[in-house]
Design a protein around this ligand. Structure first.
Ligand SMILES: CC(C)(COP(=O)(O)OP(=O)(O)OC[C@H]1O[C@@H](n2cnc3c(N)ncnc32)[C@H](O)[C@@H]1OP(=O)(O)O)[C@@H](O)C(=O)NCCC(=O)NCCS
Length: 220
């Protein structure tokens, strides 16, 4: 599959790792990435992929992210239908994390698996693939977890149980909860900032990121 987004040696190193077949009890889904915009446009959306937007709108957003210089999408699909994805992109300028435009900072924007495909290891598989190889070692990856996106109704989990599930899923690739005074995150006690600092991230970048976590210091 042609992929015009493979620009650097770093990215080329990911090619061999970017596609594998993930077998689940009700068939085999292909897990691959980074998915080019053309592939995303060619797939139908599972109608259950509606946690963040209606599926058609979410597909447009995924295509847009795939076209960004530092955007990437890892997907799970079966028979031409997208059944799961995880997105990475530079943080939005409207959020604290995007205001400084810190080079080397990426946001895991969303991970979603269609309800009929959940609890079969696809969430793990998407993340494992995204963090395979050395590429992500050059990045600080954050995930801002807001409980209003969580499928509490569909899963029957409490907000605290759901929080634990997300810690486990994200923790499988080394994202850990970190404290912050970001008002959106602190607006609900179950929300989380999760962070993974790659082993090749320069000390200065880490220092600048740590300064972003707490901005409302008060002097008494
Ligand atoms: C969170 C989500 C992506 C997980 O995807 P998934 O493919 O079901 O996850 P996996 O099958 O890889 O499971 C990962 C782990 O979480 C556990 N888990 C997943 N869903 C669970 C549930 N509803 N109840 C309890 N445990 C659950 C699995 O058992 C597994 O843990 P284990 O290794 O101890 O067995 C999926 O539930 C989802 O799309 N939720 C809606 C969107 C969302 O909340 N996204 C996160 C915010 S960005």
């Amino acid at each position: 599959m042609a992929d015009e987004r493979l620009k650097s040696a770093d990215e080329s190193a990911r090619v061999s790792e970017r596609c594998h077949v993930h077998r689940v009890s009700h068939g085999s889904a292909i897990v691959e990435g980074p998915a080019p915009a053309a592939l995303l446009a060619s797939l139908a959306m599972d109608p259950g992929l509606d946690r963040f937007r209606q599926p058609r709108e979410q597909q447009k957003a995924l295509i847009e992210i795939a076209g960004l210089e530092e955007g990437s999408i890892y997907i799970a699909h079966k028979d031409g239908v997208l059944v799961g994805y995880v997105t990475f992109h530079p943080p939005d300028e409207l959020e604290r994390w995007g205001q400084v435009k810190l080079p080397g900072l990426l946001e895991l924007g969303a991970i979603e698996v269609a309800p009929g495909w959940r609890r079969a290891g696809i969430g793990y598989a998407l993340l494992r693939l995204a963090f395979a190889g050395d590429y992500m070692e050059g990045y600080i990856v954050i995930a801002t977890e807001y409980c209003w996106h969580w499928d509490l109704k569909g899963t029957g989990l409490s907000v605290w149980e759901y929080q634990k599930v997300l810690q486990k899923v994200m923790g499988s690739v080394g994202l850990e909860p970190r404290a912050t005074d970001d008002p959106e995150i602190t607006s609900h006690a179950a929300n989380m900032l999760m962070v993974r600092i790659g082993s090749r991230v320069p000390f200065e970048t880490v220092t600048r990121f740590e300064a972003m976590r707490y901005q409302n210091r008060w002097v008494f």
